[in-house]
Design a binder for this molecule. Structure first.
Ligand code: GTP
Length: 206
């Protein structure tokens, strides 16, 4: 039988990537997995749809994150199956800053996540990621527009980021933010008693 320690080690938080075809989900996944970027990537390798890694944000506790990529299933289906979202602690909504259509799809992606998770979305961390920021000269979506959208769907502006999977810009910030938010924060009791563990209250979202 597994000991408690082993059970604790086996605990990992599920984080899912969603967004339109070609926005860079697999490239962000590969950055998370091996800190590489494949310029010639022609989409997802269906054998690599999840990867677990310990992530330690500066000033926070180490968290085990299992990152899920869609394995390109959004190419063949209008919606991602509900099982993709099951038990997820955080969802990373990716669009490309160079393609306004991928930004316009975000509402549908959020609806998919919410309907798949039903009542379970109360504590779901949602992060909005504008990828391909290295292509700023081709930008179609201003950061202000992303922040405005986030406000309308109850995503705190703290969870609006821009990244480049190509140059690695913002990728560490993304996973630091996710890790900080899903990690239990440890609070010292006022009388120096046993530390109390609770979920971060910061920036709660609906
Ligand atoms: P599917 O798996 O097909 O749904 O797409 P995806 O969202 O996983 O996108 P993917 O990571 O396959 O990237 C699509 C294309 O965009 C590839 O040619 C990548 O090399 C390119 N790409 C991804 N991220 C970036 C980025 O940050 N900057 C630039 N310039 N290109 C990127």
């Amino acid at each position: 039988m597994a000991s408690d320690t082993n059970l604790l080690k086996a605990t990992t938080d599920k984080v899912v990537l969603i967004g339109d075809v070609g926005v860079g989900k697999t490239s962000i996944f590969t950055r998370f997995k091996s800190n590489e970027f494949d310029e010639s990537s022609k989409g997802h390798n269906p054998k690599e749809d999840k990867f677990t890694k310990m992530w330690k944000p500066s000033g926070g506790s180490e968290v085990s994150i299992t990152l899920f990529d869609t394995a390109g299933i959004e190419r063949h289906m209008s919606t991602i199956p509900p099982t993709y979202f099951r038990s997820a602690k955080a969802v990373i909504l990716v669009y490309s800053i160079t393609d306004a259509e991928t930004f316009d799809s975000l509402s549908n992606w959020i609806e998919n996540a919410v309907s798949a998770m039903g009542v379970g979305t109360g504590g779901l961390v949602k992060v909005l990621v504008g990828n391909k920021v290295d292509l700023d000269s081709d930008r179609q979506v201003d950061r202000n527009r992303a922040e405005e959208f986030a406000k309308n769907v109850d995503i705190n502006s703290k969870f609006v980021l821009e990244t480049s999977a190509k140059t690695n810009k913002g990728i560490d910030d993304l996973f630091n933010l996710v890790a900080m938010e899903i990690a239990p924060s440890v609070k010292q009791s006022p009388k120096g008693g046993a530390p109390k563990t609770e979920k971060s209250k910061c920036c709660s979202q609906t």
